[in-house]
Ligand binder design. Structure first.
Ligand SMILES: *Cc1c(COP(=O)(O)O)cnc(C)c1O
Length: 413
């Protein structure tokens, strides 16, 4: 029990997911018992779990076609390959994103070109327009679920003849003005890795309405000549032109993961609403905290906020570190995008040294004050309110006072 006057602390885990739903466990056991884990290993008349998942995810996003793959990072690389991106091609992407995004570009020998970030944590349209000439594609990352003005973005990219691949690792279930995230560009890529909106440990999904691109993606993923067993796939004719010339870069999903995912997909809208309830509770609790800026969410954005970001704009590094340390001491695990050394999942553009160094002063200024926090569904709204109280107190204390940061930061994973 907390003594009177003692500060409140939070004891939950920021990395603890919910269990896989019982229906997913039962479906997984069924796959394990029959042993046909490979997606093309089907009994007479059987439809593989993987093919069913693709069909259901296509319906969920309103896409004609869907392909399930081994990871979100694989989905990005596969989409870029399908688009014909190769060595030396300039591919634009957000300067504020996660390592698998520039990694997917660099892995093809292509050149990641970073576009500046706004205070809304989205891509800077003016910088995008300026960098578009000569670029082969935009790999648009809806980083931490923040969706830019997609109408404006598509207008800029259409004008520049720039195909858009969407990285929807953080926007599965989200939309812009009613159009699902991933349905604006030529291909949308999703991740089903444990920390995303559906959890199969590892996994990815690609959606598209483009028959030629999807036929290439299916061959790339390692379908051998078994593509007729897909359901959310283009007709056999679409494969004729590509099947001999598209290399196999195996990265299929298996039936075990698909079996785990299908019940989660059926429940996704409810889960999205739960994330947003946590988010809105934290947001309300932090509103008008001195020194802290909340991130604006535009009206057109139907977000799924599985994490929370706020800015400590232009704060000195020592004070930001003091907030992180004091919050950690009370059980609230924050990440900071301003740190010079990459830590855990958090890194920034100057750590991705496989890309040419680039001058991104506006992004650097934002990242220097950008604090990030997971909101796993194992938290209740009471937890979220407590977390907000703790953050409000610590940010205010550090903002007002002359608080020194400890030398060592606690290690976060
Ligand atoms: C997780 C993530 C990916 C890639 O997903 P993996 O399944 O881990 O390969 C891509 N982009 C962003 C922004 C991510 O957070």
């Amino acid at each position: 029990m907390r003594e009177r006057g003692e500060p409140e602390t939070f004891t939950g885990s920021f990395t603890q997911q919910e269990p896989i739903p019982e229906a997913g466990i039962a479906a997984a056991l069924n796959v394990l018992r029959h042993g046909r884990l490979h997606r093309y290993n089907t009994a007479e008349g059987e439809i593989a779990e993987t093919a069913l998942l693709e069909e259901e995810f296509a319906a969920f996003t309103g896409a004609k076609y869907c392909l399930a793959v081994a990871s979100g990072g694989y989905a990005l690389g596969c989409a870029l390959r399908a688009l014909g991106i190769g060595p030396g091609d300039r591919v634009l992407t957000n300067a504020f994103t996660l390592a698998p995004v520039p990694g997917a570009i660099a892995a093809l020998g292509a050149e990641p070109v970073f576009v500046e970030t706004t205070g809304a944590l989205t891509i800077d349209m003016d910088d995008l327009a300026g960098k578009a000439p000569g670029a082969k594609a935009l790999l648009l990352s809806h980083m931490r679920g923040h969706i830019c003005d997609m109408d404006r973005l598509m207008a800029v990219c259409d004008k520049a003849d720039l195909p858009v691949i969407e990285d929807c690792a953080h926007t599965m279930g989200a939309a812009w003005k009613g159009v699902p995230s991933g349905r604006h560009g030529v291909m949308g890529c999703y991740s089903t890795q444990t920390y995303k909106h559906m959890n199969s440990g590892e996994g990815g999904l690609i959606v598209s309405d483009d028959a030629d691109l999807m036929a290439k993606a299916i061959i790339l993923s390692g379908s051998y000549m078994l593509y007729p067993r897909h359901r959310a796939a283009p007709p056999p004719e679409a494969f004729e032109a590509v099947k001999y010339v598209t290399p196999n870069v195996s990265g299929r999903m298996d039936n075990l993961r698909a079996a785990i995912l299908r019940p989660q997909l059926a429940d996704l809208p409810r889960q999205c609403a739960r994330w947003n309830a946590l988010y809105r509770t934290v947001e309300a609790g932090l509103r008008s905290t001195p020194g802290l800026t909340l991130i604006d969410r535009p009206d057109g954005e139907q977000y799924v906020a599985s994490s929370f970001q706020f800015l400590l704009p232009d704060w000195p590094e020592a004070k930001v570190r003091a907030v992180l340390a004091r919050a950690a001491a009370r059980g609230v695990e924050l990440k900071w995008f301003g740190a010079k050394e990459p830590q855990g999942f958090t890194s920034r553009h100057d750590s991705w040294r496989y890309a040419k160094p680039q001058d991104l002063p506006r992004t650097d200024r934002i990242l220097a004050g950008l604090v990030d926090m997971r909101l796993p569904l194992t938290f209740t709204t009471d937890d979220a309110a407590l977390i907000a109280r703790i953050l409000r107190e610590e940010v205010s204390t550090v903002h007002q006072g002359d608080v020194q940061a400890p030398v060592e930061m606690p290690q976060a994973d």
